[in-house]
Design a protein around this ligand. Structure first.
Ligand SMILES: [Zn+2]
Length: 413
């Protein structure tokens, strides 16, 4: 019987890099020839294992090891990269998943207790057409094809044409949703792409879910006035209200957890000789808990109104964009912690700032868990993206441990 071989995963990741990267990084941009070559390379490995493999209507590639029950444990990743990307983002997920399925295949003589599937999501990065999670959102049903039509890449190639070249019809992409009908659980291992685990010195962590986001414009309206002739007590200074409010926004975030960013501040008339008449800010607030996020927003609005009133200026708020938090499954989170502790000795719980394919699967109602492995310097989407080899290997062990536990969990349901 073949045992799990995490060193093989590292070798395969290096081989993929050698084939699809140069000194500038990886070039596996979705819907390009290099991406198709990477997929063919992966396909050969899946075929060698005797898995059934097909592409769905959205271009996601599914490989299936049939088990005694049709209910499926799905392990996912994405082989596409950003231009000049790193060697681990997305591909670690798939190659660790492949190694896990090799181990399961041998441990159960080719027929595990439940069906096990590996999915290579199409175009997670959105690097060419600006639409992230393209394949997984089609599968979850959140993609609206009409909103994507007419997108073009830098060279003016239409998204419909680029997809068609790879065998995908935009209008039929939602048909991929049928693939999730048999899915009993979804697992994804990903590099953290941030600094938290390295700072806390945890090799691995368990992701609680993806942040909800509230994004608003804050608009203060005062009165332009001459900066020499207007006494201080006669001013209606829009910037003064915004400036006084800003530390309060940070205090609100501190009280409730989560993160916030005042990312832009524009003043008008914006000249050195005038009191500011108009001050427009953007506020981005994120939290894993929907109620806490709503409270943060309500308190921020209340604070903005209060500081506007005190400065004698008007205030308006405008909605820019929002998405609800997507929590992962509590029982799978607990199993993931057991698996991580077994593989690395200790585990840490953390939310994910970026969205991942796992969030789309979770929002389609499939119980989902996600593991993060430490990223060195917190850097990703860059050729210097890296993770210690021992941590990569531990992450393969953790995914395998988790897969085994989740097969048991599915069997007992
Ligand atoms: Zn990724």
């Amino acid at each position: 019987m073949t045992a799990l071989d995490p060193a093989r995963t590292v070798d395969e990741l290096r081989d993929l890099r050698a084939r699809t990267a140069d000194d500038g990084g990886a070039w596996r941009v979705a819907w390009t020839d290099t991406w198709l070559e990477a997929r063919a390379w992966l396909r050969a490995k899946l075929d060698a294992l005797g898995l059934e493999t097909h592409a769905d209507a959205a271009g996601n590639v599914w490989s299936t090891l049939r088990g005694r029950r049709p209910q499926a444990l799905v392990i996912g990743g994405h082989i596409d990269s950003v231009p000049g990307g790193g060697w681990l983002d997305g591909s670690l997920n798939l190659l660790a998943g492949l190694e896990t399925i090799r181990r399961i295949h041998d441990a159960y003589d080719g027929e595990p207790p439940v069906t096990v599937r590996l999915v290579d999501w199409a175009d997670e990065e959105g690097a060419r057409f600006g639409r992230s999670l393209f394949g997984s959102s089609a599968c979850s049903g959140s993609l609206v094809p009409d909103q994507e039509r007419g997108r073009t890449d830098r060279d003016g190639v239409k998204v419909e044409d680029a997809l068609r070249r790879c065998g995908v019809e935009l209008d039929r992409m939602l048909e991929s949703g049928s693939e999730l009908q048999s899915a009993g659980a979804y697992l994804e291992l990903h590099i953290e792409q941030g600094p938290v685990l390295e700072d806390l010195q945890f090799p691995l962590g368990v992701v609680l879910g993806t942040f909800g986001v509230e994004r608003h414009g804050l608009h203060f309206r005062g009165q332009a006035a001459h900066s020499g002739s207007t006494p201080m007590d006669k001013r209606r200074d829009a910037l003064l209200a915004a400036a006084r409010m800003s530390p309060e926004i940070y205090r609100i975030t501190e009280r409730h957890g989560g993160v916030c960013t005042i990312g832009s501040c524009v003043t008008r008339p914006g000249i050195v000789t005038s009191v500011v008449a108009e001050c427009d800010l953007t506020l981005d607030q994120r939290h894993l808990d929907a109620a806490a996020l709503a409270t943060m927003l309500a308190e921020a609005r209340e604070a903005a109104m209060r500081f506007a009133r005190e400065a004698g200026v008007g205030f308006e708020i405008s909605h820019l964009w929002s998405i609800a938090p997507i929590p992962f499954h509590p029982e799978l989170i607990a199993l993931a912690e057991d698996a991580v502790r077994q593989a690395a000795g200790a585990s840490h719980r953390l939310p994910s700032g970026p969205l991942h394919d796992a969030a789309e699967v979770a929002r389609a109602g499939v119980p989902t868990a996600m593991l993060f492995v430490q990223s060195l310097r917190g850097i990703s989407h860059n050729r210097i993206e890296d993770t210690r080899i021992e941590h990569v290997e531990q992450s393969v062990v953790a995914l395998d441990q988790l897969a085994e536990r989740v097969m048991g969990w599915l069997g007992g349901r």
